[in-house]
Design a protein around this ligand. Structure first.
Ligand code: GZL
Length: 326
């Protein structure tokens, strides 16, 4: 015979368990997936468009997004990832500021059994099980495309055998795109002994620093500069201002090729101040959200999800501009 007090205690336990189960289901259906995302910062038009894509996709897919802006500092990203672990989010995703220094915090995420998705940029880790997938562009191919476009363009202008002095505005030091874009561009032009990178320095992917470094290049080299290769459009746009203030014509006296394909680049090409932009799409939000849902449904993700991209020379800029989504 169960005593009344014991029966009441057991029913209280059952009732609270049922409340918890019902609570987990919540009133509006199954529990929402929560993604913790650490963004690099807001350094460029590309990055802004990438953030918009991620936030909009979270809304469209019904995902609870915990978004953190690292202001271009790795230590802020590490702090954010630790906070996502403490919050027990379902998935951690981030675009790493730089390629190195991630093992410790990614091991903490692995121990917490939280899957990690790399969006946009990659990392250098020995243990590749520390992340589930890398979704984004092939930056080395982008660098090769910039180099190949330049060689073909100069040949088309009858300048293929001239001495071609190139100045290079590199992206953020140690970042995946800066390392890979430089490698891809160098691989192409090393086949042509008349092409030489005479100055190369980081502009940190920003317009302001791109302008400042281009001013220094012009001061040192002046009309000895034939070409500017910028790792992103924002630095190219900053450099265009420096070239004009120096008294030269960007796009004519100095041929300019850059990467990203943002609206500002198309406007500069239509104005005749930029000669080519190599596309690098920031519109990665929907595929990130779908990947998180697939992970939670137990699906296996491919280790690498590449973005299909094109090359846009100035000749097509006006026609293409209305189609641009970022
Ligand atoms: C590339 C991305 C780069 C862009 C820059 O995928 O990581 O960072 O090229 C941005 O504009 O700052």
């Amino acid at each position: 015979m169960i005593k009344v007090s014991k029966f009441l205690a057991m029913s209280a336990i059952v009732a609270s368990a049922l409340t918890m189960i019902v609570g987990c289901q919540s009133k509006s259906g199954p529990k929402k997936i929560t993604i913790g995302f650490s963004q690099v910062g807001a350094e460029s038009e590309w990055r802004t468009a990438n953030t918009v894509s991620i936030k909009q996709a979270a809304t469209d897919f019904g995902i609870n997004l915990q978004f953190s802006d690292a202001m271009n500092r790795q230590e802020n990203q590490i702090k954010a990832i630790r906070s996502f672990i403490a919050q027990k989010v379902d998935v951690i995703a981030f675009s790493p500021t730089t390629t190195s220094g991630w093992e410790t915090v990614l091991q903490e995420a692995q121990r917490a059994k939280i899957p990690v998705i790399l969006l946009d940029r990659g990392v250098d880790v020995k243990d590749e099980s520390l992340y589930v997938t890398l979704m984004g562009s092939d930056f080395k191919v982008e660098g090769e495309r910039a180099g190949n476009w330049l060689v073909e363009y100069m040949n088309s202008k009858g300048r293929g055998n001239e001495t071609i002095n190139v100045v290079e505005l590199q992206g953020t030091v140690g970042s995946d795109p800066a390392i890979q874009r430089k490698a891809g561009f160098d691989e192409v032009i090393k086949k042509y002994p008349n092409y030489k990178v005479i100055r190369s320095q980081t502009g940190d992917f920003t317009r302001a620093l791109g302008k400042e470094v281009m001013e220094a290049f012009l001061k040192a080299e002046g009309k000895n500069i034939h070409v500017l290769f910028a790792h992103n459009d924002d630095m190219a746009i900053g450099a265009i201002q420096a070239i004009e203030e120096y008294g030269l014509k960007p796009g004519q006296d100095i041929i300019i090729v850059s990467i990203d394909g943002v609206k500002g680049a198309f406007e500069a090409m239509i104005a005749g101040k930029l000669n080519c932009t190599v596309e690098c799409s920031p519109l990665l939000g929907p595929q990130l959200m779908q990947a998180a849902i697939d992970l939670k449904n137990g699906k296996t993700l491919p280790r690498r999800v590449l973005t299909e991209e094109g090359v846009f020379p100035a000749e097509v800029a006006a026609k293409e501009f209305p189609n641009r989504k970022y």
